[in-house]
Design a protein around this ligand. Structure first.
Ligand SMILES: [Zn+2]
Length: 221
Protein backbone atom coordinates (compact mmCIF):
# COMPACT_ATOMS: atom_id res chain seq x y z
CA UNK A 1 0.00 0.00 0.00
CA UNK A 2 1.31 3.39 -0.90
CA UNK A 3 -0.37 6.30 0.80
CA UNK A 4 1.96 9.05 -0.25
CA UNK A 5 2.96 10.64 -3.51
CA UNK A 6 6.53 9.61 -4.26
CA UNK A 7 7.98 13.11 -4.22
CA UNK A 8 7.24 13.68 -0.55
CA UNK A 9 8.72 10.35 0.49
CA UNK A 10 11.80 10.70 2.58
CA UNK A 11 13.92 8.01 4.01
CA UNK A 12 14.14 8.43 7.73
CA UNK A 13 17.58 8.79 9.14
CA UNK A 14 18.21 8.15 12.78
CA UNK A 15 21.85 7.32 12.36
CA UNK A 16 23.60 6.99 15.67
CA UNK A 17 27.17 8.14 16.06
CA UNK A 18 29.77 5.47 16.68
CA UNK A 19 29.63 5.99 20.38
CA UNK A 20 25.93 5.12 20.67
CA UNK A 21 25.80 1.41 21.34
CA UNK A 22 22.23 1.42 22.67
CA UNK A 23 19.22 2.29 20.57
CA UNK A 24 15.80 2.93 22.05
CA UNK A 25 13.11 2.41 19.42
CA UNK A 26 10.25 4.01 21.36
CA UNK A 27 10.95 7.65 20.42
CA UNK A 28 11.30 6.61 16.78
CA UNK A 29 7.98 4.72 16.82
CA UNK A 30 6.25 7.61 18.63
CA UNK A 31 7.56 10.11 16.10
CA UNK A 32 6.41 8.04 13.16
CA UNK A 33 2.93 7.62 14.65
CA UNK A 34 2.62 11.31 15.48
CA UNK A 35 3.68 12.33 11.97
CA UNK A 36 1.07 10.00 10.46
CA UNK A 37 -1.67 11.37 12.73
CA UNK A 38 -0.78 14.98 11.93
CA UNK A 39 -0.73 14.27 8.22
CA UNK A 40 -4.13 12.62 8.46
CA UNK A 41 -5.60 15.51 10.42
CA UNK A 42 -4.29 17.95 7.81
CA UNK A 43 -5.62 15.95 4.87
CA UNK A 44 -8.84 17.59 3.55
CA UNK A 45 -11.91 15.41 4.07
CA UNK A 46 -12.54 15.36 0.32
CA UNK A 47 -9.17 13.78 -0.31
CA UNK A 48 -9.19 11.14 2.40
CA UNK A 49 -10.85 8.47 0.30
CA UNK A 50 -8.12 8.84 -2.31
CA UNK A 51 -5.17 9.14 0.09
CA UNK A 52 -6.25 6.43 2.51
CA UNK A 53 -7.54 3.44 0.55
CA UNK A 54 -9.99 1.26 2.45
CA UNK A 55 -11.35 4.05 4.65
CA UNK A 56 -15.12 4.00 5.15
CA UNK A 57 -17.43 6.97 4.61
CA UNK A 58 -18.17 7.07 8.30
CA UNK A 59 -14.49 7.10 9.27
CA UNK A 60 -13.70 9.90 6.83
CA UNK A 61 -15.64 12.42 8.92
CA UNK A 62 -13.69 11.54 12.05
CA UNK A 63 -10.61 13.61 12.75
CA UNK A 64 -8.94 10.61 14.33
CA UNK A 65 -7.17 8.24 11.96
CA UNK A 66 -8.73 4.73 11.91
CA UNK A 67 -6.55 2.27 13.82
CA UNK A 68 -6.18 -0.17 10.94
CA UNK A 69 -4.93 2.57 8.64
CA UNK A 70 -2.56 3.93 11.27
CA UNK A 71 -1.22 0.42 11.78
CA UNK A 72 -0.62 -0.14 8.07
CA UNK A 73 1.24 3.11 7.52
CA UNK A 74 3.25 2.67 10.73
CA UNK A 75 4.40 -0.72 9.53
CA UNK A 76 5.33 0.69 6.13
CA UNK A 77 7.29 3.58 7.65
CA UNK A 78 9.09 1.33 10.12
CA UNK A 79 10.16 -1.03 7.33
CA UNK A 80 12.12 1.86 5.78
CA UNK A 81 14.14 2.36 8.93
CA UNK A 82 17.70 1.11 9.15
CA UNK A 83 20.48 1.44 11.68
CA UNK A 84 24.09 0.88 10.64
CA UNK A 85 22.82 -0.88 7.53
CA UNK A 86 20.64 -3.20 9.60
CA UNK A 87 16.89 -3.53 9.01
CA UNK A 88 14.43 -4.69 11.64
CA UNK A 89 11.14 -6.50 12.08
CA UNK A 90 8.42 -4.89 14.12
CA UNK A 91 5.38 -6.31 15.86
CA UNK A 92 2.52 -4.73 17.75
CA UNK A 93 0.22 -5.64 20.55
CA UNK A 94 -3.34 -4.41 20.62
CA UNK A 95 -4.10 -2.41 23.71
CA UNK A 96 -7.81 -2.03 24.24
CA UNK A 97 -8.96 1.54 23.65
CA UNK A 98 -5.36 2.71 23.65
CA UNK A 99 -4.20 1.82 20.17
CA UNK A 100 -1.24 -0.43 19.45
CA UNK A 101 1.97 -0.85 21.35
CA UNK A 102 4.84 -1.51 18.97
CA UNK A 103 7.99 -3.51 19.56
CA UNK A 104 11.10 -4.29 17.61
CA UNK A 105 11.94 -7.97 17.29
CA UNK A 106 15.47 -8.91 18.29
CA UNK A 107 17.05 -10.01 14.99
CA UNK A 108 18.37 -13.17 16.62
CA UNK A 109 15.89 -14.51 19.20
CA UNK A 110 12.84 -12.55 17.91
CA UNK A 111 11.97 -11.41 21.42
CA UNK A 112 9.85 -8.24 21.58
CA UNK A 113 12.05 -5.35 22.72
CA UNK A 114 12.25 -1.60 22.89
CA UNK A 115 16.03 -1.36 23.10
CA UNK A 116 18.71 -3.07 21.06
CA UNK A 117 22.46 -2.95 21.59
CA UNK A 118 25.56 -2.80 19.45
CA UNK A 119 28.42 -3.69 21.79
CA UNK A 120 31.15 -1.69 20.08
CA UNK A 121 33.22 -1.90 23.24
CA UNK A 122 33.35 -5.67 22.97
CA UNK A 123 34.84 -6.59 19.59
CA UNK A 124 34.51 -10.28 20.48
CA UNK A 125 30.72 -9.98 20.51
CA UNK A 126 28.58 -10.03 17.38
CA UNK A 127 28.73 -6.53 15.90
CA UNK A 128 25.08 -6.02 15.08
CA UNK A 129 22.07 -4.72 16.98
CA UNK A 130 20.63 -7.48 19.18
CA UNK A 131 18.80 -7.67 22.49
CA UNK A 132 20.60 -7.59 25.79
CA UNK A 133 20.22 -11.31 26.34
CA UNK A 134 21.61 -12.32 22.94
CA UNK A 135 24.69 -10.20 23.57
CA UNK A 136 24.89 -11.58 27.07
CA UNK A 137 25.05 -8.12 28.58
CA UNK A 138 24.46 -8.56 32.26
CA UNK A 139 24.10 -4.91 32.86
CA UNK A 140 23.57 -2.52 29.98
CA UNK A 141 25.84 0.02 31.61
CA UNK A 142 28.82 -2.26 31.02
CA UNK A 143 28.78 -1.57 27.30
CA UNK A 144 29.35 2.07 28.20
CA UNK A 145 31.91 1.21 30.86
CA UNK A 146 34.33 4.09 30.92
CA UNK A 147 37.15 1.92 32.22
CA UNK A 148 37.13 -0.43 29.22
CA UNK A 149 40.16 0.05 26.93
CA UNK A 150 37.96 0.41 23.85
CA UNK A 151 35.96 3.14 25.52
CA UNK A 152 39.08 4.97 26.57
CA UNK A 153 41.05 4.52 23.33
CA UNK A 154 38.30 4.59 20.73
CA UNK A 155 34.86 5.75 21.82
CA UNK A 156 35.95 8.66 23.98
CA UNK A 157 38.38 10.18 21.43
CA UNK A 158 35.76 9.74 18.66
CA UNK A 159 33.22 11.51 20.81
CA UNK A 160 35.64 14.37 21.34
CA UNK A 161 36.29 14.64 17.59
CA UNK A 162 32.54 14.91 16.96
CA UNK A 163 32.32 17.57 19.66
CA UNK A 164 35.16 19.60 18.14
CA UNK A 165 33.54 19.45 14.70
CA UNK A 166 30.30 20.74 16.21
CA UNK A 167 32.08 23.49 18.15
CA UNK A 168 33.92 24.73 15.08
CA UNK A 169 30.80 24.68 12.91
CA UNK A 170 29.09 27.04 15.34
CA UNK A 171 31.48 29.78 14.23
CA UNK A 172 31.38 31.64 17.48
CA UNK A 173 35.04 31.27 18.34
CA UNK A 174 37.99 33.54 17.73
CA UNK A 175 40.50 32.36 15.09
CA UNK A 176 42.90 31.64 17.93
CA UNK A 177 40.47 29.31 19.65
CA UNK A 178 39.62 27.59 16.36
CA UNK A 179 43.31 26.99 15.76
CA UNK A 180 43.63 25.48 19.18
CA UNK A 181 40.66 23.18 18.56
CA UNK A 182 42.09 22.12 15.19
CA UNK A 183 45.40 21.30 16.84
CA UNK A 184 43.58 19.17 19.38
CA UNK A 185 41.65 17.48 16.57
CA UNK A 186 44.85 16.59 14.74
CA UNK A 187 46.43 15.33 17.94
CA UNK A 188 43.47 13.01 18.66
CA UNK A 189 43.41 11.78 15.06
CA UNK A 190 47.09 10.96 15.25
CA UNK A 191 46.66 9.17 18.54
CA UNK A 192 43.76 7.19 17.15
CA UNK A 193 45.68 6.16 14.06
CA UNK A 194 48.42 4.82 16.29
CA UNK A 195 46.10 2.95 18.63
CA UNK A 196 45.84 -0.79 18.00
CA UNK A 197 42.37 -0.83 19.58
CA UNK A 198 41.17 1.74 17.08
CA UNK A 199 42.64 -0.15 14.12
CA UNK A 200 40.96 -3.35 15.23
CA UNK A 201 37.69 -1.56 15.91
CA UNK A 202 37.75 0.09 12.48
CA UNK A 203 38.64 -3.13 10.72
CA UNK A 204 35.73 -4.91 12.35
CA UNK A 205 33.42 -2.07 11.48
CA UNK A 206 34.50 -2.09 7.85
CA UNK A 207 34.12 -5.85 7.60
CA UNK A 208 30.65 -5.56 9.07
CA UNK A 209 29.68 -2.79 6.67
CA UNK A 210 30.99 -4.75 3.69
CA UNK A 211 28.99 -7.74 4.84
CA UNK A 212 25.85 -5.64 5.20
CA UNK A 213 26.39 -4.15 1.76
CA UNK A 214 26.70 -7.60 0.27
CA UNK A 215 23.50 -8.75 1.92
CA UNK A 216 21.56 -5.70 0.85
CA UNK A 217 22.99 -5.47 -2.63
CA UNK A 218 23.79 -2.12 -4.24
CA UNK A 219 22.08 0.73 -2.43
CA UNK A 220 19.98 3.24 -4.27
CA UNK A 221 20.50 6.89 -3.63
ZN1 LIG B 1 17.76 -11.55 21.31
Amino acid sequence: MNFKPKSTRKKRRFEPIESTPEFNFLPLIDKIKTDIKIKYALCPIGQRKQNYPGITDEEIKDNKIPLIILRGITREELSKFSLNGQNFEFTYQEMYYKGDRWYVACPKCKKKCHNLYLPTNFPEKEQRYLCRKCHDLKNTSNIMASDSPVYFNVIKPLKRLEKIKKLISRQTFTPKKVKKLLREYKRIEKKLSESPEYRLWKLRKMTLQAKNQQQKGPTQT
